[in-house]
Design a protein around this ligand. Structure first.
Ligand code: ADP
Ligand code: AMP
Length: 214
């Protein structure tokens, strides 16, 4: 299964992605995670990406596209993959289509998670991530059993540098301008699956599975 998760920052893409990839046993490709890992390792890519990420801007298309192209050619993507946070511009969407058609492949579904702005801000500001395994929590909506500690691996939870009120507002604005047009793009291709992201995490997941299998 070849899937894309679309939606504004804080919509719950990463949260749903974790459950979807477990169920379908496909790799989770999050461009945001790839950048954060590179920032942590201090690579040249990480340094370059950080300049944009800290301002709430998108990393340039050529950088992101070449990362994703290489990644989907890897062996573990043979039976499918889940793209989370890519594509984020029409250019990226077209580049993905070109690459897939060269491989004689196409996307099965684009899951579009809808959530309004006020909720997105509350969600991102309260988001906490495990520094070891990357699991995502929310201080109010999805708290770990023990404050500040990951339920899965015992790692420490941290707050992303770009999850501040100011940056999130910028990221939502960037989403509206640059990413939202992809909804229309994929609707025209008959690939969009719209889900209400304000429901409970488990309800959204059940709805996605039902639609994918129905
Ligand atoms: P995205 O990957 O789209 O930026 P995340 O999956 O990281 O979003 O979710 C953003 C925040 O909202 C996290 O703190 C997460 O725990 C929380 N969250 C995700 N889905 C829901 C939901 N359905 N209801 C309430 N909180 C949620
Ligand atoms: P995310 O983890 O998906 O919220 O992404 C965090 C940040 O990484 C974004 O705000 C962008 O700066 C950058 N980023 C992630 N994916 C992309 C992409 N497909 N295109 C451009 N920038 C991206």
């Amino acid at each position: 299964m070849r899937l894309v998760l679309l939606g504004p920052p804080g919509a719950g893409k990463g949260t749903q992605a974790s459950a979807i990839v477990k169920k379908y046993n496909i790799p989770h490709i999050s461009t945001g995670d790839i950048f954060r890992e590179n920032i942590k390792q201090g690579t040249e890519l990480g340094k370059k990406a950080k300049e944009y990420i800290d301002k709430g801007l998108l990393v340039p298309d050529d950088i992101v596209v070449s990362i994703v192209k290489d990644r989907i050619l890897e062996e573990d993507c043979k039976n499918g993959f889940l793209l989370d946070g890519f594509p984020r511009t029409l250019n990226q969407g077209e580049a993905l289509d070109d690459e897939l058609s060269q491989m004689n492949l196409k996307l099965d579904k684009v899951i579009n998670i809808n959530v309004e702005k006020e909720v997105l801000i509350e969600r991102t500001i309260g988001r906490r991530i495990c520094k070891d395994c990357g699991a995502t929590y929310h201080i109010k909506f999805n708290p770990p059993v023990k404050e500040g500690i990951c339920d899965n691996c015992g790692g420490k939870l941290y707050q992303r540098d770009d999850d501040t009120q100011e940056t999130i507002e910028k990221r939502i604005e960037v989403y509206q301008k640059q990413t939202k047009p992809l909804i229309d793009y994929y609707t025209k291709k008959g690939l969009i699956l719209n889900v209400d992201g304000t429901k409970k995490i488990s309800e959204i997941f059940d709805e996605i599975v039902e639609a994918l299998e129905g």
